[in-house]
Design a protein around this ligand. Structure first.
Ligand code: MLT
Length: 387
């Protein structure tokens, strides 16, 4: 029986992945084998020693201590792309709302006093909220991952000129970009030209204050910035200053903070990017399947700190090994198993950043004595006998 601790509400479609009698799920489970969460801050809790895997039903993992979990050989799974359409749709809404001043106009109407002249008051004010249409305006996208490419393509379909910045774009994502979207490796070239900038990168140490005063100063006057990624990626003080001196026209963010609340030039949302029924279901199902595959077969699918490694599970005897990414380590496993007369029917090994991970399908059970010898190999962090 595997025990799964839930630290947030997870869509029922995802939880049903565990309904085969082999799992016990709950909000108060002790000694869990795996933890499922959404935005719960794991930096502030001790990780139970029993934990083998973490599943984040979403894409951002800044609420999870990834480095510490890598040291403990615990894979963290997320749901890349599962909420991309939801975020794309909110980004499009933000683009349209900002272009037509809808947030300002709505605030004005809601604050109108009752009067006999209501209709004429409304007609007379509309000239204050004249907006612009999207064709031929320039949309800049920072980050051409699963969300960024969708926003870029949709902007292009709306007639916008679209400039994308992502020096690390994957081949798959590059293929999926519509040909009219121009890719740049120089961020400044994008910033200089955009009317609207939409940011779609994860928050890491490297992306803190990615857009700050210098970057905003490069932008055209009266541009709009949309941040549905994470608060810290855009420097709030720089944004407020730029709004005050009319360098920026509008800032849209899914991450309100006290200094932004009440600013009429800021459109604030309560982290709604992935808040659709469809996205919550997709994320929960994707991450639940990854956790189940890992616990039951040792396969790694969609991990942020481990390489993706999977192998057909046509064996009675399977061993997985997590090690530090260093040369000549797999050779030591195979020669040790050979000396013990254990035949390797199939093997898959990959490295990712500091971690190496190996799945071995073996022809016979592996003894604890051999496991101990493997664990003594320099660089091995953890072994796991799956069957
Ligand atoms: C994500 O990172 O997946 C989104 O910001 C939504 C969420 O945190 O749940």
């Amino acid at each position: 029986m595997y025990k799964i601790l839930k630290l947030n509400n997870i869509a029922s479609e995802g939880l049903s992945v565990f309904e085969n009698g082999d799992y016990h799920l709950g909000d108060e489970v002790t000694s869990p084998d795996a933890i499922l969460l959404r935005s719960f801050n794991m930096h502030e809790i001790d990780i139970p020693e029993s934990v083998q895997a973490i599943g984040r039903a979403g894409s951002g993992v800044n609420n999870i201590p990834i480095d510490k979990l890598s040291e403990l050989a615990i894979p963290v799974f997320n749901a890349p792309g599962a909420n991309a359409n939801a975020v794309k749709e909110l980004a499009l809404a933000a683009i349209l709302i900002a272009a037509r001043n809808i947030h300002r106009a709505m605030d004005y109407i809601h604050n109108l006093k009752r009067s006999d002249n209501l209709k004429s008051d409304i007609e007379s004010v509309k000239k204050q909220y004249i907006g612009y249409e999207l064709p031929n305006k320039t949309l800049g996208i920072i980050g051409l991952g699963s969300i960024g490419i969708k926003v870029a393509n949709a902007g292009y379909d709306l007639g916008m000129k679209v400039l994308g910045f992502d020096p690390m774009i994957t081949v798959d994502n590059a293929i999926n970009l519509v040909p009219g979207v121009k890719k740049y490796n120089d961020l400044n070239e994008v910033l200089k030209n955009v009317d609207i900038l939409s940011i779609h990168i994860p928050y890491t140490n490297e992306t803190k204050d990615f857009i700050s005063e210098n970057e905003i100063n490069l932008m055209k006057n009266s541009a709009t910035i949309i941040n549905l990624s994470r608060e810290e990626i855009v420097n709030t003080d720089a944004v407020i200053k730029a709004l005050d001196n009319k360098k920026l026209n509008t800032y849209v963010t899914d991450f309100p903070n006290e200094s932004l609340i009440g600013n009429p030039d800021v459109l604030l949302l309560p982290h709604l990017g992935a808040s659709t029924k469809e996205a919550e279901t997709n994320c929960a199902v994707m991450v639940a399947n990854s956790i189940k595959s890992y616990l039951e077969s040792g396969d790694i699918i969609n991990s942020v700190n481990f390489p993706d490694v999977s192998l057909v599970n046509d064996t009675k005897h399977r061993l997985t090994i997590t090690n530090l990414n260093k040369p000549n380590i797999v050779g030591q496993f195979t020669s040790l198993l050979g000396k013990e007369n254990i035949n390797i029917n199939d093997l898959s090994h990959k490295n990712y950043k500091t971690i190496g991970y190996t799945i071995l399908n073996l022809d016979k059970p592996i003894s604890l004595k051999v496991i101990e010898q493997i664990e003594q190999i320099d660089g091995v962090i953890k072994t796991n006998i799956i069957s």
